[in-house]
Design a protein around this ligand. Structure first.
Ligand code: CA
Length: 358
């Protein structure tokens, strides 16, 4: 275990260092807050921090450390002569995991740290494990998907607040657009998450879904138009779909199309067309969504091959995210499949829904 000690009292610091090394830990010990914050970036397994430090106190140290992305979950224990309830509440609100009260005997210290490590480390491993499972499931980095659109909302608001007295009307309009786009993406993402869980439930009990039908051309047009407006790319969209009925709820098909068309816009540049064609072939209806963007690397393309159905592992390898997982779920519920391959002449990507008609 690697342990970081932040303690200004040299006697306590050296005793702690010695005792913890004696117990098999790798220890780094520093005497003030700024040095502790710098050392925390090496991601120790545990941080022991005094509250009464000169300069930055323990509360300021934990606040700074919790803001570092790689340090947000490191177990953090305050080492303190004060163990008042109000101090504890304050520390906990700032993200501390526990307190050890001075003075302590050697045995008390080691027992306390070992007990806390036993409790904290499995919890941290469990969180990693859970987020890893979810990562595999949707092929996405959850924290990234969830927080990125929010960054433009928060960042835009910060910039307006900082310059509220002097900001020009044009700058304000630009920042409001940034905030609006972020809020819209966050809104779509929240809806996608709700839909993802709903579709998972439907996949578990397909009988609950019997009887849904919709006109595929209307759902494709609505989903594609929504995505094009959100990405400010209405001039880059061409849709031509023959009419037909498929075995899906219209809202579900619309959302799946919107998710795939959004990706097509994100993978291509303004001015590059996204073309959608829908045609019935016997009892199947094929919707192809083709962009002229960067496509995939040769390695990614080799691993996909030609119009293979995306399985869980494929989604994970490609990191294609929540939207494409929704597309796959909707296609499967509609008696078909969803697949990706390189676009014509290996330019861009071609996404295909292959659905059962009514
Ligand atoms: Ca102190």
């Amino acid at each position: 275990m690697t342990i970081l000690i932040i303690e200004d009292d040299i006697n306590i610091r050296e005793i702690l260092h010695y005792l913890l090394e004696l117990n098999g830990h790798t220890v780094t010990a520093v005497g003030d807050g700024p040095a502790g914050i710098a050392q925390a970036q090496n991601s120790p397994d545990l941080i022991l921090c005094d509250i009464g430090l000169p300069g930055l106190d323990g509360y300021e140290v934990i606040t700074a450390i919790r803001k570092l992305p790689q340090c947000s979950e490191i177990p953090f224990i305050f080492l303190t002569a004060r163990a008042e309830r109000s101090d504890q509440r304050r520390g906990m609100a700032l993200g501390a995991d526990d307190y050890i009260t001075k003075p302590f005997t050697e045995k008390e210290l080691i027992d306390a740290i070992e007990a806390r490590l036993r409790r904290l480390i499995p919890m941290r491993e469990k969180i990693d494990q859970l987020t890893n499972e979810r990562h595999a499931e949707i092929g996405a980095n959850w924290s990234h998907e969830l927080l990125t659109p929010l960054n433009s909302v928060m960042g835009g608001l910060d910039l307006i607040e900082q310059d509220v007295e002097t900001i020009s009307r044009d700058e304000l309009k630009e920042l409001l657009q940034l905030i609006r786009d972020g809020a819209n993406r966050q809104h779509d993402l929240s809806q996608q998450l709700v839909l993802y869980f709903e579709l998972q439930r439907i996949k578990e009990t397909p009988s609950s879904y019997a009887g849904h039908t919709c006109s595929v051309d209307k759902a494709v047009e609505a989903g594609a138009a929504h995505a094009a407006e959100a990405e400010h790319r209405t001039n880059d969209l061409t849709v031509s779909c023959a009419p037909a009925e498929v075995r899906l709820n219209e809202a579900h098909l619309t959302a799946a199309i919107a998710a795939v068309v959004s990706n097509a816009f994100r993978f291509s540049k303004p001015g590059q067309q996204v073309t959608i064609r829908g045609l019935q072939n016997a009892d199947r209806y094929i919707v192809d969504i083709v962009d002229k963007g960067i496509g995939m690397t040769a390695e990614q393309l080799n691993s996909i091959g030609s119009f293979k159905q995306f399985g869980r592992n494929k989604m994970e390898q490609q990191g294609l995210g929540l939207g494409l997982t929704i597309a796959r779920f909707v296609a499967e519920i509609g008696g078909g499949q969803f697949a990706l391959q390189a676009g014509p002449n290996r330019v861009g990507l071609q996404a295909r829904f292959d659905l059962l008609v009514v």
